[in-house]
Each structure stands twice: as structure tokens, then as C-alpha cells.
Design a protein around this ligand. Structure first.
Ligand SMILES: Nc1ncnc2c1ncn2[C@@H]1O[C@H](COP(=O)(O)OP(=O)(O)OP(=O)(O)O)[C@@H](O)[C@H]1O
Ligand SMILES: [Mg+2]
Length: 339
């Protein structure tokens, strides 16, 4: 008997849940490659610390982008190394559930399955990210009650109306946390003539990022290179000024939420009217995003508990469906697919 695992291969972070144990891996989806001998020098947290700080001999790569695998070999190696740290090979090759964003191609799904199998897993099932997010947020997905979940991650924002374990309406867009970071970099360059790295931009966003003015009067000091003098420089950013670079992406997300609601069958709309919209994913914590969605829809908007880990927890909960797949008389299983 092996150990069953659930894997959330996120654009920003990879999380692994082990049946009976909980979340055992939660590390940046980053790999450092030694270019001299083409070997992997580090993965996860250790690799993330090297981001923007390497020499010409080392390359630091995010092997997933926009929720899908962009470098297959590196993803496979990353999962293998992260799993090795938590699953002993003595207890046998586990079964796994991995999640994938909605609206990805069969080829992209196949790449996830192959990367996970390549890490030594004998049987791989896939679950759609919004369904996993809903389960992780505590929604009972098997009832006919409609729920609306918006998972705002690093590379994608996945939203879906879910009922009876299936997706009724969904949208997946490649605008999420990374887009916010890029907008901060552009803003600082234009307004202060200063060049900052991705990590600095992300830290500024997490500390003072805001999409509604007047919520916070915090400031955050960022350091970078002055593009006029070429010298190191710093600026104190305020929460209010962050609205300027962040609002456009936030409004794009809000527009998709409105579109999804407009496309939802009326009975389910009624359910959502009562239960509201649930936000999951790391970027759901961006200050004011819930307020913007509430203003645009007039619906109650709640941020799930521990929003960043909802998807992996939901995947972990979906492990119970693997055994149901085995029962030939159970018919079509709408929640997970076996590959
Ligand atoms: N407090 C916070 N405020 C704003 N953004 C945050 C906060 N904490 C984390 N984030 C952002 O959340 C994003 C990561 O979220 P998450 O871990 O859900 O993504 P992921 O699952 O790796 O990506 P994806 O689901 O898109 O493939 C990053 O962009 C990170 O900067
Ligand atoms: Mg995610």
C-alpha cells in the first residue's frame, strides 16, 4: 500500500498534501540550474532566494507560467526532489491527484500527468482547480446548490460556478499575482526612474498593495537602481498610490466575475445570491479586491480561511474519489479524471 498524495503545481508555489498527514510541502515553484554542467542546483525556497542574485553560471527559472508547464524537464525534476523529501521510497509509489486550471488543452493536461508520473507516481488523476478550491474552502460540492469560487493565484485567475461536483460556468484568465508585480515594476520605473526586481515588487504588493484608496495609510520602502544616476536608490511607496498600478488588472478580474454571473443559469444565480462569492488563492488577500467585487456585483464576498492552501487541501480531500473510480458500477465520475 502506497501513500496517496495531492499536488498543486502552482505558477508561484508548489504544494503537496499527504493523505493522513496534511500539507507537507509548500515551496516556491522555482528551480536553479547550474549552466556549466546542466544540473539542478536547488529547488523551492532555496532556489527562490537566488532569484535575481545569480552569476552567469546559474539560471533561476519558474518552470510554470500562466498555470501551465513551460519547461517540462524542470517541472519533473522539481516534483521528484520535493516528493523525495517527504515520501519515503520504501513505502511504495503513491497515487496522486494533481489539479489543473480550467480551459487548458489536452496536451497541457498530459504534460502535468507525465511530469507527476515521471516523479515515480504510478497512477495520476486530475481535478479542475476551481472544484478543488471550492472543496478546500469548505463547500460541499456534491449538493445541487450553486457556489461561485474565484481562485486568484500567481499566474491565473480561475473562476467557476459549481454545482453537483461539476462546473456550470467558468473562466480562466492569465492575469493574477504576477501581473500585479509586473505593473508595480513598470510604475516604479516610470514614476521614480527606478529599476526594481520581481521579489521587491512582490514584497511591496504583499505589504501595501491596495486596489481601493483610503483603506490603509501604510508605507513600504523599496530599494533598487536609479536609472538616471545608475546608483542604488530607495523610495517610500504609500498604499494609496499602489491603486494606480494595480487597478487595471483588478478591474479585469472584476469584469470576468460579472461575465460569469451573467452566464450563470438563473436557479444557480439564486443560490449564489444567498451564499455569495468565495475568494481563494494567494492574491485574494490583495487589499480591497473583495471590496471591488462586492461593489460591482452587490453580492457578499468572503475570503476563504487560509486562502493560499485551499486548492491543495481540496485536492487532498478529493483523494477519496480515487477509490470510487475503481468501482466500475459507479458510472461517470464528474469530480476527477484518471489518466
Ligand atoms: N498578502 C498578500 N497580498 C497580495 N498578494 C499576495 C499575498 N500573499 C500572497 N500573494 C500573492 O499570491 C500569489 C500566489 O498565490 P497562490 O499560491 O495561490 O498561486 P499559485 O497557486 O502558485 O498560482 P496559480 O494558481 O496561478 O498557478 C503570488 O503572486 C503572491 O505574491
Ligand atoms: Mg493555484
Amino acid at each position: 500500500m502506497g501513500t496517496d498524495v495531492a499536488i498543486d503545481l502552482g505558477t508561484s508555489r508548489t504544494r503537496i498534501f499527504i493523505h493522513g498527514k496534511g500539507i507537507m510541502v509548500n515551496e516556491p515553484s522555482v528551480v536553479t540550474v547550474n549552466l556549466e554542467n546542466e544540473t539542478i542546483a536547488a529547488v523551492g525556497e532555496e532556489a527562490y532566494l537566488m532569484l535575481g542574485r545569480t552569476s552567469s553560471r546559474m539560471d533561476v527559472v519558474y518552470p510554470l507560467s500562466g498555470g501551465v508547464i513551460s519547461d517540462f524537464g524542470l517541472v519533473e525534476a522539481m516534483i521528484t526532489l520535493l516528493l523525495k523529501g517527504v515520501v519515503s521510497s520504501k513505502i511504495g509509489m503513491p497515487r496522486a491527484i494533481a489539479c489543473v486550471p480550467g480551459e487548458i488543452t489536452e496536451v497541457e493536461k498530459r504534460a502535468v500527468v507525465n511530469a507527476v508520473s515521471g516523479a515515480g507516481i504510478r497512477r495520476v488523476c486530475l481535478i479542475e482547480e476551481p472544484v478543488a478550491a471550492a472543496m478546500g474552502a469548505g463547500v460541499d460540492i456534491e449538493t445541487p446548490h450553486g457556489s461561485f469560487v474565484v481562485d486568484i493565484g500567481g499566474g491565473t485567475t480561475d473562476m467557476a460556478v459549481i454545482s453537483l461536483g461539476g462546473i456550470s460556468v467558468s473562466h480562466s484568465i492569465k492575469q493574477a499575482g504576477n501581473t500585479f508585480d509586473d505593473e508595480i515594476i513598470k510604475y516604479v520605473r516610470k514614476k521614480y526612474n527606478m529599476l526594481i526586481g520581481k521579489r521587491t515588487a512582490e514584497q511591496a504588493k504583499i505589504n501595501i498593495g491596495c486596489v481601493v484608496p483610503g483603506i490603509s495609510d501604510d508605507t513600504y520602502r523599496i530599494k533598487g537602481r536609479n536609472l538616471v544616476t545608475g546608483m542604488p536608490d530607495w523610495v517610500d511607496l504609500t498604499a494609496d498610490e499602489m491603486v494606480e498600478p494595480l487597478i487595471e488588472t483588478a478591474e479585469t478580474i472584476v469584469n470576468y466575475v460579472q461575465d460569469t454571473l451573467e452566464e450563470t443559469p438563473p436557479e444557480l444565480t439564486g443560490d449564489i445570491y444567498n451564499s455569495g462569492i468565495i475568494l481563494t488563492g494567494g492574491s485574494s488577500q490583495l487589499k480591497g479586491l473583495d471590496v471591488l467585487i462586492n461593489r460591482a456585483t452587490n453580492l457578499k464576498v468572503s475570503i476563504a480561511e487560509d486562502p493560499s492552501n485551499c486548492v491543495v487541501r481540496g485536492c487532498g480531500e478529493a483523494i477519496k474519489y480515487i477509490d470510487r473510480l475503481n468501482k466500475s458500477d459507479s458510472g461517470v465520475n464528474p469530480i476527477i479524471d484518471q489518466y
